[in-house]
Design a protein around this ligand. Sequence first.
Ligand SMILES: NC(=O)c1ccc[n+]([C@@H]2O[C@H](COP(=O)([O-])OP(=O)(O)OC[C@H]3O[C@@H](n4cnc5c(N)ncnc54)[C@H](OP(=O)(O)O)[C@@H]3O)[C@@H](O)[C@H]2O)c1
Length: 312
Amino acid sequence: MESLINHKYLRLYCEFLGILFIVFTLLFIIARFIIYLWLKYKARQFKWRGGPHTWAVITGCTEGIGLAYAEQLAAKGYNLLLISRNDEKLQKVKSDIEVKNKSARKVRTLAIDFFDTSDETYDKIDHMLDTLDEIHVLVNNVGTNYPNEKPEYMTKIPGLTHVIMSLINVNIVSCTRLTALVLPRMERRGRGVIINLSSFSALYPFELMFSHSLRCDWSECIKYAELIRLSSRHLPAFTTYCEAVFRYVKGSETDDPSEVETAVQLLAVVPSVRVRYFGKSVSLEKSAVMRAQKFSNTNECSVLPDMVRSVI
Ligand SMILES: NC(=O)c1ccc[n+]([C@@H]2O[C@H](COP(=O)([O-])OP(=O)(O)OC[C@H]3O[C@@H](n4cnc5c(N)ncnc54)[C@H](OP(=O)(O)O)[C@@H]3O)[C@@H](O)[C@H]2O)c1
């Protein structure tokens, strides 16, 4: 009798769990569908507003990414204010854009060295901004890097004080002060977009590891790779993969089977340490897992270090 009651309650309990599961699954599917419809039909889409009265302001625009922004925004019909260091280069960019883009309306230039953070410099920009009808886009693109674009030991950087001040003035002060000048103007109109250029590498402390790999100093690489792997919360699969590759290369070059063995063991754990945020892994994690699995699936004979080579 008692077992019958238990059986009945157990059945009820399972049915309840089953219904709960079905209800939650249905709610989840409905919610996803509503979000999909909302994003497709209702969400406020950003609209570029190139036109006779709208301006895009771009800093550091005589080369690289800034120049590409200038060309693209000109093609979208914006008037351009180009701010960069070298007036000669600015005039060349201005005339190239005017020739290439018939839709470009007005192109103005302002030669500013953002190393100089004096009030006069920013007053000059402020006065120029006063002459523009509506600023719809600000691209804070100007940026500088270490000499030779290569990270170094701080004490070994020549002209260290100048480098430090340049990184702060050009990369940080320019971005914040220009935003402070432009944002109130956008706020008054209730619209506008500010694009700040940054670097993915700022998120991860890989520099020393990759500097040593550039010099093919595998022992130093392994030292830093291991340090990073042990402290990495965000990219454990990628950092494990890097250490494995460095050990594998060192082991192969020095005929040291123990290094190769450690590398193989590390590669075997790569898939299990991968992290996901909201069910997704960042591409570095995914590709580390893919390559580690490829190594295992091809009987440990795939070409290993391609990913690390692509990063360095
Ligand atoms: N390229 C990349 O792979 C990469 C990766 C991550 C982040 N970023 C970021 O993206 C932005 C653009 O990078 P990029 O590679 O296109 O740069 P870039 O090719 O070196 O061009 C930099 C531009 O800024 C100007 N500039 C440099 N110092 C200046 C100063 N003190 N005052 C005024 N203008 C100055 C340069 O003018 P001059 O011709 O006078 O030197 C040039 O027009 C930077 O903020 C950078 O940190 C780039």
